[in-house]
Design a protein around this ligand. Structure first.
Ligand code: AGP
Length: 614
C-alpha cells in the first residue's frame, strides 16, 4: 500500500500535501516525494525515509504553489531509495505521476518503450506507466485525459494514480482500479488522497472513485468522472463524511489489528496477483524461477523464523513434504544460529520475516549463507535487511502491518509458501496436470472464501464474551492445523495476556489432558481432513473430562456440533489450504477477548512489532 495526496485550488499546496502525507504514513513509509507547480515552474523533491525526512530535505525551499501531488511509498517493485521514490517523471519531463498499486505487465510494457527509445532511471512499474502515457500522448497527439485512458486500457494490475502535465498547471487527472482514491471537494479547491484523512479538516464532501473510473480535475471547474473502459460519463456521488481522523486511518475499524484481519482477502489476493495464473494453469515467481536449479535439486529445506513467521514455516513443512516431497526442517532462528548446525551447499534455507529486520532471523541467514546454503527470503518489507541478505526471494504483498500481533502477514506468508511448494512439485513432475490445476484453482478461490467468512463474527464475539475471564486455554490441531493451534495460542497470549498452549491433538493424552476440567476452554481445529475421525475422538476425550470445547469446523459439520460446546464454521477448502481458513476465527477470538479485557490490542505490553535485538 502507498499513500497518494494531491491538491488543486487557492491554498499553498506544499503544507497541504506534506501534512496529508504524514496522515497516510500508516499506508507506507519507506520513501516519500512531492511535486509542486509554482512561480519557479516545477519543483520536485523525493527521498528514502519518512515524510519528515522529505520535509527536512525541502527545508522551506519550495515557493508557494497552488497545485501539486505527493506520495509516501510502500515498495513493491524496486527497493526504497531516492530514485524509486514517487513522483515519477516522463522522459520529456512533461508528465508527473504518483501511483499506489501494482502494474503486473510492466516489464513487457517497459520492453516496448525501451525499443521506442525511452530510458528509465528507476526500477519501478510506476515510471513505466508515466512513460506509456507520454508515448501515447505524443504518438496520437492526445489530451492528457485521453492518453491516460488509453494507457490504462493497456495495463494489467491495480492502481490509484494522479498525473499532471507541467504545461497545464490547472489540471490533474486521476484514475482508480483496485487501490483506493478519494477526491475531496472544497470551495473552488480539490483534494486527492488514498483516504480522507489528508483533507478532512478542509472539507467533508468527498467522492470515492469506483474501480475503472477516472476523473479530470480542472481548477475552478467541476469534477468530471468517466469510465476508463467505456469512456461513458459517470455521475459522482458526493459523500458528506462523518468519520474523524483516527477512525479513517484505521479504515473505520477501532484497531489496526482488526482492520488487518479484515484485509486478508485483499492481502492474499495482492500476494497472489501476477504469480498465480489459475486460468493458464501457471505459477510465475521470478525469484523461484531464477533459482529453480537449487530449489528443485535441494537435499533439504531449512526454514528459519521467529514467532508467527516460525508458525508459517511449520505449515510450509507439511505442504513442502506432502507436495514437493523434499525434506524440511523448521528451526527457531534463535536456536539455529547458536547450535552449530550442519549446513551444506545442497541446502536451501527459507527465511520468513514480516519485518525483514528480526535480529535472530538475520543472524541465522548470515550463518547459513557463510556455510554455502542458498538463501530464499519471504519478507513483507521490500529492501529490508533480511531481504537484502538473501540470494532470492518472494515478497508478501500484504501491505504495512501496523498491529504488533501478526495476522495478514501470516496468511500471506502461507500463500507464498503454498505457491512455492506447488511450483516445485509441478516442476519435479510430482503432480498431474489435472491435480496441479485443481490446486491452483482452489488457491485462487481462497480470497473470496475469506471474504465470505468475514461477513460475520457474531459467533466469535459470543464465545469471547463467555471465556474472556478464563485463565488458561488449550489449542489442539492435527496435521496442517497443528501449526495453526500454535498460532492461535500465540495470538491469544500476546494480546489478551491469558496463558495459552498449542499442542498436537494426539499429544494431549501424553500430559496436557491432566489440565482438562470445566475451567479449561479447549479450542480444537477440526476441519474435514484425513485425521477427522481422530480429532473427533480427541474432542470426546476433552468432553469426558468436562472440558469446554470450541471447535473450528467446516460449514455444516453437524457431527462435531453435537458434541462441542461451541462451533465456529469456516469455508471448505483443500486440506493443504485449510490453515488459510482456520487461522482467521482464532485471530478474531484473540482480538475480541483482548478488547473485552481492556488490553491494548495494537501495542500489547512488553512487545515490539519488530524484534531487532537479541
Ligand atoms: C507475532 O504476532 C508476533 N508479533 C511475533 O511473534 C513476530 O511474529 C516475530 O517477532 C517475528 O517477526 P518477523 O516476522 O517480523 O520476523
Amino acid at each position: 500500500m502507498c499513500g497518494i495526496v494531491g491538491y488543486l485550488g487557492e491554498r499553498n499546496a506544499v503544507p497541504v500535501i506534506i501534512n496529508g502525507l504524514k496522515r497516510l504514513e500508516y499506508r507506507g513509509y519507506d520513501s516519500a516525494g512531492i511535486s509542486i507547480i509554482n512561480d519557479k515552474g516545477l519543483q520536485m523533491a523525493k527521498c528514502k525515509g519518512k515524510v519528515t525526512d522529505l520535509e527536512n530535505k525541502i527545508n522551506g525551499s519550495f515557493s508557494e504553489g497552488k497545485m501539486g501531488i505527493g506520495h509516501t511509498r510502500w515498495a513493491t517493485h524496486g527497493v526504497p531509495n531516492d530514485v524509486n521514490a514517487h513522483p515519477h517523471t516522463s522522459n520529456s519531463g512533461e508528465l508527473i505521476l504518483i501511483h499506489n498499486g501494482i502494474i503486473e505487465n510492466y516489464s513487457s510494457v517497459k520492453e516496448a518503450l525501451l525499443s521506442r527509445g525511452f530510458s528509465f532511471e528507476s526500477e519501478t512499474d510506476t515510471e513505466v506507466l508515466v512513460n506509456l502515457i507520454e508515448d501515447i500522448k505524443r504518438k496520437e497527439d492526445l489530451t492528457l485525459e485521453k492518453a491516460v485512458r488509453s494507457a490504462l486500457n493497456q495495463v494489467i494490475g491495480a492502481y490509484a494514480i494522479a498525473v499532471f502535465s507541467v504545461n497545464n498547471p490547472d489540471q490533474i487527472v486521476v484514475a482508480k482500479k483496485g487501490s483506493p482514491l478519494v477526491v475531496g471537494i472544497g470551495d473552488n479547491e480539490f483534494f486527492i488522497a488514498s483516504d480522507a484523512t489528508p483533507f478532512l479538516e478542509y472539507t467533508k464532501r468527498a467522492v470515492y472513485l469506483e474501480d475503472d473510473e477516472m476523473a479530470v480535475i480542472n481548477k475552478g471547474g467541476e469534477l468530471k468522472v468517466r469510465s476508463i473502459k467505456s469512456n461513458k460519463a459517470v455521475a459522482p456521488y458526493v459523500h458528506q463524511l462523518k468519520m474523524d481522523l483516527e477512525s479513517i486511518e484505521k479504515g473505520g475499524y477501532p484497531h489496526f489489528m482488526l482492520k488487518e484481519i479484515y484485509e486478508q482477502s485483499k492481502s492474499i489476493q495482492d500476494t497472489l496477483r501476477g504469480r498465480l495464473l489459475a486460468e493458464k494453469g501457471m505459477i510465475k515467481m521470478s525469484g523461484v524461477f531464477d533459482y529453480h536449479d537449487k530449489l528443485l535439486n535441494a537435499d533439504r529445506f531449512i526454514i528459519v523464523g521467529c514467532g508467527t513467521s516460525w508458525h508459517a514455516g511449520l505449515v510450509a513443512e507439511y505442504i513442502f513434504e506432502d507436495l514437493a516431497r523434499v525434506p524440511v526442517e523448521v528451526e527457531y532462528a534463535s536456536e539455529f544460529r547458536y547450535r552449530n548446525p550442519i549446513i551444506t551447499e545442497k541446502d536451501v534455507v527459507i527465511a520468513i520475516s514480516q519485518s525483514g529486520e528480526t535480529a535472530d532471523t538475520l543472524a541465522a541467514v548470515k550463518l547459513a549463507k557463510e556455510k554455502g546454503a542458498t538463501i530464499f527470503g519471504i519478507c513483507n518489507v521490500v529492501g529490508s535487511s533480511i531481504a537484502r541478505e538473501t540470494h532470492a526471494g518472494a515478497y508478501t504483498h500484504a501491505g504495512p502491518e501496523i498491529g504488533v500481533a501478526s495476522t495478514k502477514a501470516f496468511t500471506a506468508q502461507v500463500a507464498v509458501l503454498s505457491l512455492m511448494a506447488l511450483d516445485i512439485a509441478n516442476n519435479k513432475g510430482l503432480l498431474s496436470k489435472t491435480q496441479f490445476r485443481q490446486y491452483l484453482s482452489e488457491l485462487d478461490a481462497v480470497p473470496a472464501k475469506i471474504e465470505k467468512m468475514l461477513e460475520s463474527d457474531a459467533q466469535t464475539r459470543h464465545i469471547s464474551e463467555l471465556y474472556k475471564d478464563a485463565r488458561n486455554f488449550l489449542y489442539l490441531g492435527r496435521g496442517y492445523n497443528f501449526p495453526v493451534a500454535l498460532e492461535g495460542a500465540l495470538k491469544l497470549k500476546e494480546i489478551s495476556y491469558i496463558h495459552a498452549e498449542g499442542y498436537p491433538a494426539a499429544e494431549m493424552k501424553h500430559g496436557p489432558i491432566a489440565l482438562i476440567d470445566e475451567n479449561m476452554p479447549v479450542v480444537v481445529i477440526a476441519p474435514k481432513s484425513g485425521q477427522y475421525e481422530k480429532i473427533v475422538s480427541n474432542i470426546q476425550e476433552v468432553k469426558a473430562r468436562n472440558g469446554k470445547v470450541i471447535a473450528i469446523v467446516n460449514n455444516g459439520d453437524s457431527e462435531i456440533a453435537k458434541m462441542a460446546d461451541h462451533v465456529i464454521e469456516v469455508e471448505d477448502t483443500m486440506e493443504v489450504f485449510s490453515p488459510l481458513m482456520t487461522t482467521i476465527p482464532l485471530q478474531l477470538l484473540s482480538y475480541h477477548i483482548a478488547v473485552m479485557r481492556g488490553c491494548n490490542v495494537d501495542q500489547p505490553r512488553n512487545l515490539a512489532k519488530s524484534v531487532t535485538v537479541e
